[in-house]
Design a protein. Structure first.
Length: 260
């Protein structure tokens, strides 16, 4: 695992956007796995700036969704499909036909989960998966004690996650209880995992992810099992790390051509 401590969220967004741009330049039809929530926004903004400046051709890029609420009407502004259309597909000029996501309104949800796994495989697998982290250590919506081998399935959100996400809705009662999420086993199949965490509210989960034992209690700790996992954090999120100085020195002496 590589840990990169950056000055702030904008610097983290720029660093990751540069890595995604390098991927797209090398592989124009790459499959880019995206997360929702507040944390990844600086990445999408930095990528959109490159597209707007004509520096990046995203016309062949494929984008896939990490998770989705169950039962939100398709046109609800907080369905993750709607959020990603607004925050990723439109600003990055990715055609709708290049978007993959699970159907949170399917009559047969387990079949929709299985179908999504097949779609990801048929698309060649995820090249780079961007992740955020919940204050309880979740990735995607794999809440604590999710199987580290899990595949795309229905999960029940913890009360803590529902409270964390209530800011996007008109109060807690509106936040769905159920979601579809790529499993931890699914996420671990991506070729490169990049987790961005910013702010002191994430410091405890970040320390457990990087320096704690691999445990389903902290689903993000599964990144320790991945051969190419990068964790990008700002100073407040790095506050509880024991080896922060080591991570800083290692990254400072890394040749820039290596990227992340
Ligand atoms: C959502 C997702 C979640 C979020 C996490 C952090 O697609 O994957 O794991 O990344 O809940 O959310 P923010 O960034 O809003 O703190």
């Amino acid at each position: 695992m590589e840990v990169v401590i950056v000055a702030d969220a904008a610097a983290g967004g720029q660093l990751i956007a540069d890595a995604v741009a390098e991927l797209i330049t090398r592989k124009p039809d790459a499959l880019f796995g995206v997360a929702t929530g507040s944390t990844p926004l600086p990445v999408y903004e930095a990528l959109a700036a490159k597209v707007a400046a004509g520096e990046l051709d995203t016309s062949h890029l494929k984008v896939c969704q990490l998770d989705e609420y169950v039962g939100l009407p398709a046109d609800h502004p907080e369905s993750y499909h709607a959020v990603l259309k607004r925050e990723v597909l439109e600003p990055l000029r990715v055609p709708d036909t290049n978007f993959l996501g699970p159907d949170g309104n399917a009559e047969d949800l387990p079949a929709a989960c299985a179908a999504y796994e097949q779609q990801l495989t048929a698309a060649g697998g995820v090249d780079l998966q961007l992740l955020g982290i919940g204050t309880d250590g979740h990735i995607g919506f794999n809440e604590p004690i999710s199987s580290l081998a899990s595949r795309t399935r229905i999960k029940t959100l913890t009360e803590r996650t529902r409270i964390d996400n209530a800011r996007f809705f008109n109060g807690l009662p509106e936040v769905p209880h159920h979601v579809i999420t790529q499993g931890i086993g699914t996420i671990l199949q991506a070729r490169h995992l990049v987790l961005l965490a910013t702010g002191h509210a994430k410091a405890e989960a970040v320390a457990a992810t990087i320096e704690g034992p691999v445990s389903s209690l902290i689903p993000a700790s599964a990144l320790q099992l991945h051969p190419h996992a990068t964790v990008v954090i700002d100073e407040p999120a790095a506050q509880q790390l024991k080896l922060a100085d080591y991570y800083r020195a290692t990254y400072a002496s890394k040749p820039t051509w290596q990227g992340i």
